[in-house]
Design a protein around this ligand. Structure first.
Ligand code: SF4
Length: 182
């Protein structure tokens, strides 16, 4: 999906173009490797959409506004929630999985090399997909109780994004993108 996006093909923005690879990677893997039915996959997709919309309503999913934590971080939270639901997670476990998916991307900057959504974006999508599977595993091993809520992480993500200097947001002139030009 990320390569399709980079070559100007048709993709679903879930939640954004740059982070469109995470959800399909996780759901396709679970569909193929664990034989979940299409109905279950669609229900998980709906759950992921709810989490994405919570972030969109209460913070931002724009790399230009809050950096990559709002793109790949949110994609990871969505995929974590979807995967957790597929493996039978309770609402608390699903929310915990989403919280971990976003929490561990807090502060992640947007620094696309040459302003293109390829490097580091494509690898970043793949890593976030793996992280989502880990988050669901962790949440499903727990009883769902946790100290930091998803809503709290969303608030912190918004504040962190606003505190980030603009050169670490899309289209970046700092970080990896800047270093690559030297
Ligand atoms: S690094 Fe920037 S352009 Fe690439 S996925 Fe993250 S927010 Fe989008």
């Amino acid at each position: 999906m990320s390569e399709e996006n980079a070559s100007c093909g048709t993709i679903v923005t879930a939640p954004t173009c740059g982070s469109c690879g995470v959800m399909p990677a996780v759901l396709y893997h679970l569909y193929k490797a664990h034989q979940f039915s299409e109905r279950k996959i669609l229900r998980a997709l709906a759950t992921a959409g709810l989490f994405g919309n919570v972030v969109k309503a209460n913070a931002s999913i724009s790399g230009a506004e809050v950096g990559c934590q709002g793109e790949v971080g949110v994609a990871c939270a969505m995929a974590s929630a979807a995967a957790c639901q597929l493996f039978g997670g309770t609402p608390s476990q699903i929310e915990y999985a989403a919280e971990m998916g976003l929490e561990h991307h807090l502060g992640m900057t947007c620094d696309p090399v040459c302003g293109l959504v390829q490097i580091p974006c494509i690898e970043r999508n793949a890593f976030a997909a793996c992280r989502a599977l880990d988050a669901q595993l962790y949440a499903n091993f727990s009883d769902g109780r946790h100290h930091i809520s998803f809503d709290k992480v969303v608030r912190v993500m918004k504040q962190t994004g606003h505190d980030l200097p603009s050169l670490y947001k899309e289209t970046s002139e700092g970080g990896l993108a800047h270093d690559f030009d030297r």
